[in-house]
Write a new protein. Sequence first.
Length: 263
Amino acid sequence: MNHRGGWALVRSTWLSWMQHRSFFFVLAFGWMIPPLVYLLVWSTAAGSQAINGFTRGEFVAYYLVLILVNQLTYAQTNWTVGDVIREGKISQMLLYPMSPLYNTLSSEFAGKVVYMTFAVPVTAVLAVLLHPELHTTPGHVLAFIPALIFAWALRFFWGYWLALLAFWATRADALLAVQDTLVFLLAGQVAPTLLLPGALRGLANVLPFRYMVGFPVEVLTGQLNGSALWVGFAAQVGWLMIAVLLYKWMWRTGLRRYSAIGG
């Protein structure tokens, strides 16, 4: 693992992306649309009353935080991994003095910087206009930091091992689309997890998708305390370990198959 070369690649990719930032700003805006729609839906439905404990201002705060968390955790570069494998471009990457994982991470980190230069100011303007009610404490803020890091890592490695199925299948990207759908339904985007029907809420608590987006949002907005907070962290770490192990196994097994076919 050539970490020095890897971070140089991250920096060069970021500089390249900044030259085309208007295109990526459009992408970032597109990702903001669904949370904004549900922000308007739930805040309008709440009106001057509360829905299952959520007031209008709390819905606004929840979805504004979700916009930023979704931008920070969404691993858009996993969609390109399958193309790199199918088109044989990975052969060149295998000759680099660093892990090919760095090529994906370089675009991932560069993208986060570019997207946030658009998402943060827009969210700040929305906060001024919509008057969110954020009930958080210093403890929630401190807990939010590791929750966000684990959420990104889980979403990245879970998508990465799915993308590595391109070693065996030509349509592995379809599983990434399924993952995005499950994140949309179970990770607190359609509605906060506490408002989901019983069966869906149970699935959200068991499957990994809530812990990719919804969990850090719930932490920062003060919805979780005590044992619920620690259970959430345990679920994040457990699913992350599974995702990393799957990634390592898929990479080693797939690379042997790729070498056997491609020479």
